[in-house]
Design a protein around this ligand. Structure first.
Ligand code: BES
Ligand code: MN
Ligand code: ZN
Length: 510
C-alpha cells in the first residue's frame, strides 16, 4: 500500500508523473491554479470552456502537464487528472473520497507509481459546514489508498496491461503556507483507516478454502501480537464446553473446525464497547441447501467478522482512548450426516432454546451467542454487530445502505452520525413489538425464521432476544459488503464495509 507524504508546494511545481486535481463543476480556474494553467498554455481553462472537462461527479479528465515537456527538462507535473467533485452545493467528504479514489485508480492504470493530490484549500474553506482542511485531507487519503488497491494475489497469468504496478507513494500537495502538522495527522488517520479496510477486503475476497475459521483466528492472533492485545480463541471443544450451543449447532456439519475469537483492546477507562462480527466463512445453507447459482459468493458471509477485526486493528493503530472488545464467531455452514436438521432444538449460550427451522438462517444463531457472551462476560457500555444477515436487506435497501436496527436511541443516533462522516451510510428500520410475533415457536423459546415479511427486522428481533438490557445496534451489511458494480474507489468484489463506520463510532464515543 502506498506511503503518504504531505508537502507544501504549488501545483505547477509539483514534480510528479501524475497530479490529481479535484474539480468543482462549473467553476473557473481558481487563482491558486493560474500558474499551472499558464504553464500548460491555458489548456486547463480551454478544457473547461469547451466543456470537455466539466468537473461533474466521478468524472476523470486527463491532460498533459508542463513536467517533462521538450525532452526531460521542464518542471512540474507530467500529467493532470481533473477529478470531478460535482456541484459546490453538494461538496462532501464522500465526494472528495470518490474524486481521489477515481484519480489514483486511473493513475495506477496509467502505471504511475508516484501520485500527487492537490488539496483544494480555497474550495473547502468556502464550503464551510462540517468540511475542514483536516477531514478533507483524511477523506482524500482514504480515497487514494482505497483506489490504489487491487486484488490480484491469486492470479499467476496476466493478460496485457492487466497487472499494474502498485502505487508506491501518494503526495498530498497543500498550497504553500498551509499548516502541515494538522494535515499530516489527518492524512495518517485516513491512511490507517483505508489500510485496515483493504485488509478486510483481502480477507473477504479470499475464497473459503483459503479463509477458514482457523485462518481468521490466526489473523486475529497476529493483530493481538502486533499490539499486545489479549486474545481468547476457543476451538470446537471449547465452544461446546463454554455452552455456545447455537454456534456449535451451525458448526456441526463441517469437518473444518469452528473458532470463537475474542480480542480485547484496552485503550481507555470504564466498561468496554463490543464489536461483534458474523464469521461464516462459507454459507451453503446447510441441510436447507441454497441453490447452486451464485452460491460461490457466500464466501463473503464472513464480511462482518472482517469488519470487526479490521476495525479493532484500526482502533489499536490509532491508539483511540477506548476499551473495545471484538467478538467473532467463525464457522462454515455445510450439510453432512452430522449437520443440524431442520426442526432441531438447541440450547443457546443465553439459556434460551431455539427451534432451528431453516439451517440457512445460521447467521443469527452464531451472532446471538456472540452477543450474549459479550453481554455476560464484559458488561459492555454498548455493542454493535455487523453481519451479512439477510437477503431481505438487499431487497429493502439494495447496495447503497447498511440496514440499522437496535434497542437504544442513543447508539442508533451515534451510528447515523458515524455513517455520515465515514461515508458508510446506514438506514434505520423499525423494531416494533408486533414483529416479534413472527418468531414464536410451538416447541421452543424462539424459532430462527420469521417467514418472508420484514426479513431484516425479524432477523434483528432474533438478535435482540439475546442482548439482555445492553444498549445494542445491528448492522445488516448483506447488500453493502460485496460490490456487483465498480465504484470510483471500489473494484467489483469485497468492499470492506464497516471498518470505517465502526472505527468512527468508537472514535466518537472515546
Ligand atoms: N448469508 C445469508 C444472507 C445473505 C444472502 C447475505 C445473500 C448476502 C447475500 C444468510 O445466512 C441467509 O441465508 N439468510 C436467509 C434467512 C432466511 C432463511 C430466514 C435469507 O436471507 O434468505
Ligand atoms: Mn444462510
Ligand atoms: Zn449466512
Amino acid at each position: 500500500m502506498p506511503k503518504i507524504d504531505v508537502v507544501a508546494v504549488s501545483a505547477e511545481r509539483a514534480q510528479l508523473p501524475v497530479l490529481v486535481v479535484p474539480w468543482l463543476e462549473g467553476e473557473p480556474v481558481p487563482d491558486v491554479l493560474r500558474n499551472l494553467d499558464a504553464a500548460v498554455g491555458g489548456a486547463l481553462a480551454r478544457a473547461l470552456e469547451k466543456r470537455d472537462a466539466r468537473g461533474s461527479k466521478d468524472e476523470v479528465f486527463l491532460l498533459y502537464g508542463p513536467g517533462g515537456a521538450g525532452g526531460a527538462g521542464a518542471a512540474g507535473p507530467e500529467r493532470l487528472l481533473l477529478c470531478g467533485l460535482g456541484k459546490r452545493a453538494d461538496l462532501s467528504l464522500e465526494r472528495l473520497r470518490r474524486a481521489a479514489g477515481a484519480g489514483v485508480s486511473r493513475a495506477r492504470a496509467l502505471r504511475a507509481t508516484q501520485v500527487g493530490i492537490w488539496l483544494p484549500v480555497s474550495w473547502v474553506a468556502a464550503a464551510g459546514g462540517t468540511l475542514d482542511l483536516a477531514n478533507t485531507a483524511q477523506a482524500l487519503v482514504e480515497g487514494a489508498v482505497l483506489g490504489a488497491w487491487r486484488f490480484d494475489e491469486l492470479k499467476t497469468v496476466f493478460e496485457d496491461d492487466e497487472r499494474t504496478p502498485e502505487v508506491e507513494r501518494v503526495t498530498l500537495c497543500a498550497h504553500p503556507g498551509t499548516d502541515l502538522a494538522a494535515l499530516r495527522a489527518a492524512a495518517d488517520t485516513g491512511r490507517i483507516l483505508a489500510e485496515c479496510q483493504n485488509l478486510a477486503r483481502n480477507w473477504v475476497n479470499r475464497p473459503a478454502n483459503l479463509v477458514t475459521p482457523r485462518v481468521l483466528a490466526d489473523e486475529a492472533q497476529e493483530i493481538a501480537r502486533r499490539h499486545g492485545l489479549e486474545a481468547t480463541i476457543l476451538d470446537r471443544a471449547g465452544i461446546e464446553r463454554e455452552g455456545l450451543g447455537a454456534l456449535a449447532a451451525v458448526a456441526r456439519g463441517s469437518e473444518e473446525e469452528p473458532r470463537f475469537i475474542v480480542l480485547e483492546c484496552a485503550g481507555g477507562k470504564g466498561a468496554p464497547l463490543a464489536l461483534v462480527g458474523k464469521g461464516v466463512t462459507f454459507d451453503s445453507g446447510g441441510l436447507s441447501l441454497k441453490p447452486a447459482d451464485n452460491m460461490e459468493t457466500m464466501k463473503y458471509d464472513m464480511a462482518g467478522a472482517a469488519a470487526a477485526l479490521a476495525a479493532l486493528d484500526a482502533i489499536a493503530r490509532l491508539s483511540l482512548p477506548a476499551n473495545v472488545v471484538a467478538v467473532v464467531p467463525a464457522t462454515e455452514n455445510l450439510p453432512s450426516g452430522r449437520a443440524t436438521r431442520p426442526g432441531d432444538v438447541v440450547r443457546s449460550y443465553a439459556g434460551k432454546t431455539i427451534e432451528i427451522l431453516n439451517t440457512d438462517a445460521e447467521g443469527r444463531l452464531i451472532v446471538a451467542d456472540a452477543l450474549a457472551y459479550a453481554a455476560a462476560k464484559y458488561k459492555p457500555a454498548a455493542m454493535v454487530d455487523a453481519a451479512t444477515l439477510t437477503g431481505a436487506c438487499i431487497v429493502a435497501l439494495g447496495h447503497q445502505a447498511i440496514g440499522l436496527l437496535g434497542n437504544d436511541e442513543g447508539v442508533l443516533a451515534e451510528l447515523e452520525r458515524a455513517g455520515a462522516r465515514s461515508g458508510e451510510r446506514v438506514w434505520r428500520l423499525p423494531l416494533w413489538e408486533e414483529y416479534r410475533e413472527q418468531l414464536r415457536s410451538q416447541v421452543a423459546d424462539i424459532k430462527n425464521t420469521g417467514g418472508r415479511p420484514a426479513g431484516v427486522i425479524t432477523g434483528a428481533w432474533f438478535l435482540r432476544e439475546f442482548v439482555g438490557d445492553v444498549a445494542w445496534a445491528h448492522l445488516d451489511i448483506a447488500g453493502t459488503a460485496w460490490a456487483e458494480t465498480e465504484g470510483p474507489y471500489q473494484p467489483k468484489g469485497a468492499t470492506g464495509v464497516g471498518v470505517r463506520l465502526l472505527t468512527e463510532w468508537v472514535r466518537g464515543r472515546a
